[in-house]
Design a protein around this ligand. Structure first.
Ligand code: ZN
Length: 485
């Protein structure tokens, strides 16, 4: 039940307030500052989201060290620092964070992308309880094997549970409870995107190594080892497509099966300096492996026998396992074959660290002082800056607002993707700096040139670092190319 509640909270955690603002109708000629805006936010319509109303704590307090002081001694990294500074996350308990509205938007986009890829290979989404009975974990012998990493608890009747770090036991028990599963229904691919729990000894690096995080975990059931291998490859290909769409260079490496068990395993690693996994990559062929899987001291490639292995570091963002019948045998998860005889199913399991991908992408794509998103995950694609209060072009505020509205109309994909930075008491320079930190792919300044007879808008393209001046038509042309999910 707890899982369901968390899930619902997460799905609905884009504050109603913001939805109301997004939807509020405002007369274009009635630009009258924050007071009127606040009341207008309660009406219904299609006005842009206002930065002044975004719940984003960096707006509320100044200082580059925001939020970091409460975690003295914890190791930090670029993505963690940037996410704290930009008001994406806020620390709570060690290894746990509030995901604030802007971060949740990015995460929802990532989940939509994952849904597309998983459903593209036949995955069906479900949602399993986070409270997992100790009994299931004792049957697989992982209750003891997992040691102190497992969060354990007792209910009022004294029954023991753990907070699920993974769900092989739960999903296999679910399958075993289905007496009528037919070979015609296989392969069966079930997945979920839920909170997972792991009692990390040393949580660090923000969302990269937390104690509570989101994971996509998929479990496959097949009729034979050959079929299971085909499924395994299909999932690996879907993972590769996902990382390509995110613009992330991800390496698929041979991996150890660890305490999950099974016979075949790969990790998807993002090369990064702060990565905690050591990888060996062949200079001659495509071979790459986690160092754990290679004989100590070995430097020549076991695949081509020509190249030498060079070491690099990576952040593990995905992991795939061919499990065989390890769990299905224990739980007696069977299907009926063509002769209507029960046969133990072949299994695989496939994880993606959802919150970890979000942080790792920021880690590898961003410079030291500003967030760079994979384009598809940018929480908002466009930020429009209104002129400063008291400036010579103050009256162009209405133009900025109208522009936000018309961008959503001209480019339907941008509906809900445009924010208006209406903090008119602040200079354009200060707001540009904030916009750069948050990493909106396009920042549009409504300035002096917008007052000319042929109005032109200053457009800062964050990915390329270019600034261009465009007419309204040119702007719409440019933004028509933006991809959203
Ligand atoms: Zn090689």
């Amino acid at each position: 039940m707890m899982e369901a509640v968390l899930w619902l909270c997460w799905r609905k955690s884009l504050p109603c307030q913001l939805r109301a603002v997004t939807q509020s109708r405002r007369c274009l000629s009635s630009y009258a500052g924050p007071a009127l805006r606040a009341s207008a936010a309660r009406s219904i319509g299609t006005s842009p989201l206002l930065v002044s109303r975004l719940f984003q704590p960096s707006n509320l307090r100044e200082g580059p060290e925001l939020g970091l002081e409460s975690r003295a001694g914890e190791m930090t990294c670029r993505s963690q620092r940037l996410m704290l500074q930009a008001g994406l996350i806020h620390p709570s308990n060690p290894g746990c964070y509030y995901y604030l509205p802007v971060a949740v938007r990015a995460m929802e986009k990532l989940v939509r992308l994952i849904d597309q890829e998983m459903q593209g290979i036949g995955g069906q989404k479900l949602d399993m309880p986070s409270l997992c009975a100790a009994e299931l974990w004792r049957r697989s012998e992982r209750w003891d094997l997992m040691g102190t990493e497992l969060f354990r608890l007792k209910d009022r009747h004294g029954a023991e549970y753990c907070l699920g770090p993974t769900h092989e036991e739960a999903v296999t028990a679910l399958l075993a409870s289905q007496a009528t599963l037919s070979y015609r229904q296989l392969p069966l691919l079930l997945y979920q995107v839920t909170r997972k729990f792991r009692d990390e000894p040393k949580p660090k690096f923000g969302l990269l190594r937390g104690r509570e995080f989101y994971m996509k975990d998929m479990y496959s059931f097949d009729t034979s080892e050959e079929a299971a291998h085909l499924t395994y490859q299909a999932v690996c290909q879907a993972y590769s497509r996902l990382f390509t769409r995110l613009g992330l260079h991800c390496v698929q490496v041979q991996a150890d099966t660890g305490n999950i068990g099974g016979k075949l395993s790969h990790e998807f690693q993002l090369p990064a300096e702060i990565g905690e996994d050591r990888l060996l990559v062949c200079g001659n062929c495509a071979f790459s492996a986690n160092v754990e899987t290679i004989e100590p001291g070995q430097t020549d490639c076991p695949q081509c026998h020509k190249g030498t292995l060079a070491e690099s570091k990576g952040i593990e963002v995905g992991h795939t396992f061919y499990l065989g019948t390890k769990y299905s045998r224990i739980f007696n998860a069977t299907y009926n074959n063509a002769q209507n005889k029960p046969v133990v199913a072949e299994m695989g399991c496939f994880g993606l660290g959802v919150t970890r991908i979000l942080a790792a992408a920021i880690e590898v794509l961003s410079p030291e002082d500003a967030i760079r998103w994979p384009g598809l995950l940018a929480p908002y694609q466009v930020c429009v800056l209104t002129p400063k209060r008291g400036s010579k072009i103050e009256e162009l505020a209405g133009v900025a607002e109208e522009l936000c509205h018309s961008l959503g109309e001209s480019v339907p994909r941008l509906k809900g993707e445009v924010v208006l930075d209406d903090r008119i008491q602040q200079t354009i320079g200060k707001r540009l700096k904030d916009a750069r930190l948050l990493g909106y792919p396009y920042v549009i300044v409504v300035g002096q040139s917008a007052a000319e007879e042929q109005p032109r808008f200053e457009v800062c393209c964050q990915q390329s670092g270019e600034t261009v001046f465009l007419s309204r038509e040119g702007l719409i042309d440019l933004l028509s190319q933006v991809e959203t999910v």
